[in-house]
Structures are given as C-alpha cells and as structure tokens.
Design a protein around this ligand. Sequence first.
Ligand SMILES: [Zn+2]
Length: 317
Amino acid sequence: MPKGFAPDTTSPTPEIATVEALSADQLKVNTIELENFRLKLPIGFFFNGRRLQQFSLKPLTGEIELFIRRKMKARLDLHVKFAQLFSQTVETIGDCSVPELARELSCSPEQLFQRMWFADALSILLNMRLAKQEGEKIFLSGQCPQCQRMTKDDEYTYHDLSQLEVNVPQRLSAPAIAYTLDCPFNILEQGEDDEAHMARCFHLRPLKLFEAQKLFSTGDASPGLTSLLLMYQLVCHLPGIAEYADLKGGIMNDDLYVRMGERDRRQLIHLSEKLLQWGPNLRISMECDNLMCGYKWEQAIPWGSLETFLLGLDSPA
Ligand SMILES: [Zn+2]
C-alpha cells in the first residue's frame, strides 16, 4: 500500500462510510499554498480503504479549448457543467484512470464528478487554470472598501493564483467528522428513558458539488439561516440509531434541532462552517492603489465565468 494511505477499512463509494469518523477534537487542518499542493485533492475519493488525492490532467488541446468555449457558457447547473468539463479533462485519480474508477464505483464518469466534494472540484478547476501557460497570473479588479476607489491590476501588478491557500484536513480515513453531544437527547417525542433512541453523536461530512449551487442560491436567506441549512445538509449519520432518517432521506431537521441544547446547536453549526472551509480559499489579498489609502482587503477570485477564468481572457483591457 502506498505510503500515506489510510489502513484498510471499507468505504465503497464517494458516499460516506457510516462507521469511520474522526472525532471533531482530533481534527487537524493544514494550510498549504497551492504552489505546494499542485494536482492534489484536499479531501479526495475514499475507495477500498484508501484516500485518493493525486490526480492528473490531460493537456489543454484545441479540442478541449473548443469544448470550454462552446459548452461552458450554457445555462447549466454548476455541478453539471463541472462534471462535463472534468470528464473531458481529468485523466487519472489516484492510480486509476477516470473510467476505471467510475466503473469500480458503479457510476459514469459524469456521475463520479457530480458527487464529488465541492472543495475538490474547486481544486481541479484551479489546477486546470495553473496548468495553462502563465496560468498563475491573474488580473483582478475591485473596489476599495475604505475609499471606494476602483483598483485594477495591470501587467505589473497582477496577482499570483499559485499563492492561494488550501485547507487540507489531515488523518482522515473516511470523509466524516464525529461530534459528541454535550446533552444527549431522545429523538422521539415520547419515551424519555428509551435508550435505543438516544442521540449521543452526529457525523458530518463535507459539502458535495451538486449541493453547492442550491445552498448558495437560497435567495433572501440570512447568513445565519444559510449556516443552519448547511448544517442540516452536512449531518450524514446518527450512529447507534441506524434506522433513523427523515422522509427526505436526511438526518437533521427542525424536529431534532429543537430538542438539542444550546451549546450543541452552536457547536454543530460551527463545525459545519469549519468543514465548508476545507479546500482552496478563493480570496486573494488586494491593496488599494490610492497611496493615501493603501487599505488591504480580500478580493474574491472570479472563477464563476469558466471560459474567461480557464482560458485567460482576463488580461488588462
Ligand atoms: Zn482605498
């Protein structure tokens, strides 16, 4: 078994292994510059007891370029677009070719990518951009929050994408984190002393690609409500109460939430937000070019327009 892989436990699909979970107290996340984390997935595919993180990309051929120009403008959902794109451009994951890995997991290559972690998908996208000639150069523009002046990169003041930071969780043998409740509670409305229905621990897993768009486009939801809905999405298992899942196939819902203690509610939401930070931080430090101001802020990387981002039409006008 290659060095650095987890011991042999079974996690048959990119879905969650339901028993293996690292305790939230033992969670360690390293922050690594993208330059030193090239062609690696921050979370990875968990398959046959291994965590597959290394991947390779096909060269950016004219065919792939045309595919990006013609197909990536379509008004498709983000996960569909990414899955189509990665099916064309990712060559291997771990030591398997993409079709091999998909076959092993009984799905198509597109399904394989649709179900992948959002953090991993963003990493593939960034690596595709970095693989291009001078792909690390990016020209940003943004309005200074202090003096409102527009600051725009030019050929001297471009930013370097390879300096983005990536948060990489360590020691995972499955993509799941266990949170032990301070105040265990009964999941049924009646039966206070019923041991078989006592919730003592929840498992949470990272956000999947196909869930991301839905979560971030919840219109007028406040940040607090979005965090709550994120937590509902990420809670993936209630150990010891195997049969429990609500009608929508999820675990967490309003009925359970209202039975939890205040500290547990807060901690679960906090842990979900920490899980959402795994993967690349898509913000880069920008400095106001008004010398009297010089304010620094974190500017978002404009990756949403895939054609421009990947093929680099973002040179200074
Ligand atoms: Zn300013």
